[in-house]
Design a protein around this ligand. Structure first.
Ligand code: PLP
Length: 452
């Protein structure tokens, strides 16, 4: 066993490129290898059992190793593991799941769903179908996209083009022309105002100016996350999304909610946009839809958008988009079992309750720890913002290794947390209970105290 473990440690970075790191760094740091799991816990190759403060990667909402989900996958495997969804062919789980997603999104007026394999695919599908929609309704000039700075929409060329952090984009440029990012309504860091209402006004004014400057008739869609995740857990003022919806309506612009993280309960409501009282035209879903047991992406369309395809046959209406994995029966079977748990155990409600406990336990760190500037979040999306100067709120330089060090101390105390630049991100499984929440609080409190 020891030989095999050493073999795995040696080989991990030898033949695979890991995402979101430099190959030399991952080689040097010998990253964690996770081998076992149960519920909210994972165990690494050295036998350390820790609370999974990341929920995999914002996605293992129902917890690890759930018997119901495994059984659903195996049951489907016993019938058929794969068949294509092209040109109307289907397997049973994709049909059932399409109806289920529409029923769950009924308050968002979800009418149709197109499946894919990842969040990046769900975004790509949304951007392409938005453009196609405008061709179908006779406004082919509407091709541009507006998004928010700090936004993250996956890694495909479309998603990168609307991404709001240069760090992700620069080495892959040139990207799509006609994509514009406006300031994100971030109360902690912005050049306008700390007052939420004034901040919303400033960003909405910027949006209106951009629309005016580009010409409303050239803009296909606005895309944003209801709460920005990878950008550092940025929660907008409560009136931002309703104002955004109103501006999009005024100019006929489609509103795409990238709910890859917020979909299915993470922010305390079934969908993040619902939490703001807003119905988007298109939603991008992935992650929580299967809790990561099998990859799956889904893009939903409301009636307004979907109806464009039903106004008689035209060659422009042919959907020349889709993946080999679209409607994958194992992924859809897993999703059906996961969504039973999400609804049956009221995971959005638990996310709201446990999120409050986690937030209350971590908030004091902004007072007691010299490098924690702010603790923020909604539901079970929480970020600790590390600063080199609390007055100027200058983000700590990730090169100092301080954030990594604090995350390492937290790991020693039994909680995996995610250092991402100058922020530590928390997104534990939505089934988490008070005992595990307290492990995360204690581990981070210890980590910060040990640093100080
Ligand atoms: N959109 C958002 C908001 C995300 O957070 C992510 C991934 O974290 C994606 C899209 C891309 O999803 P995936 O990594 O499954 O392609």
């Amino acid at each position: 066993m020891l030989d095999r473990n050493n073999f795995l440690k040696d080989q991990n970075t030898l033949h695979q490129f890991h995402p979101m790191t430099h190959p030399l760094i991952s080689r040097e740091h010998r990253p964690q290898i996770i081998v076992d799991s149960d519920g909210c816990y994972v165990t690494d190759i050295d036998g350390n059992r820790m609370v999974d403060g990341l929920g995999g990667l914002w996605n293992v909402n129902v917890g690890h190793n759930r018997a119901e989900v495994k059984a659903a996958i195996v049951k489907q495997m016993d019938r058929i593991s794969y068949y294509s969804s092209f040109a109307g062919t289907a397997t049973a789980p994709s049909i059932e799941l399409s109806a289920r997603v529409c029923q769950m999104g009924a308050t968002e007026e979800v009418d149709k769903v197109m499946f894919s394999a990842n969040g990046s695919d769900a975004v790509e599908t949304a951007l392409k179908l938005a453009r196609q929609y405008w061709k179908l309704v006779g406004e082919p000039m509407r091709t541009k996209f507006i998004s928010l700075k700090q936004g993250y929409h996956g890694v495909h060329f479309g998603g990168l083009s609307v991404n709001g952090t240069p760090y992700y984009r620069t080495v892959y440029e040139p990207l799509l022309p006609g994509c514009f990012q406006i300031d994100t309504p971030w109360t902690y860091r912005n050049p306008y105002s700390e007052d939420p209402a004034e901040l919303t006004n400033a960003v909405i004014t910027q949006l209106e100016r951009t629309i005016y400057h580009e010409g409303a008739g050239t803009i296909a869609a606005f895309i944003a996350e209801p709460i920005q995740g990878a950008g550092g857990v940025i929660v907008p003022p409560a009136d931002f999304w309703p104002r955004l919806r109103a501006v999009c309506d005024q100019h006929g612009i489609l509103l795409i909610a990238d709910e890859v993280v917020t979909g299915f309960g993470r922010s305390g409501s079934m969908f993040g946009s619902r939490g703001w009282g807003v119905k988007p035209d298109i939603m991008c879903l992935a992650k929580g839809i299967t809790s990561g047991y099998v990859p799956l992406g889904a893009t939903t369309l409301n009636k307004r958008v979907a109806s464009a395809w039903y106004d008689g046959f035209t060659p422009e209406g042919v959907i020349m988009h889709g993946y080999t994995s679209t409607g994958h029966p194992l992924a859809c079977a897993a999703a059906l079992a996961v969504l039973d748990i999400v609804e049956g155990e009221d995971l959005p409600g638990n996310a709201a309750r446990m999120g409050e406990r986690l937030m209350a336990g971590l908030k004091p760190l902004a007072e007691t720890c010299s490098v924690v500037g702010e603790v923020r979040g909604k539901g079970l999306m929480i970020g600790l913002d590390f600063v080199s100067d609390k007055k100027t709120r200058t983000p700590i330089d990730p090169g100092t290794g301080i954030v990594e060090r604090i995350a390492g101390y937290a790991r020693e105390k039994g909680a995996i947390v995610r250092p991402a630049g100058s922020v530590i991100i928390l997104s534990p499984p939505l089934v988490i209970g008070e005992a595990e929440i307290d492990v995360i609080i204690d581990a981070l409190t210890y980590g910060c105290a040990r640093y100080d």
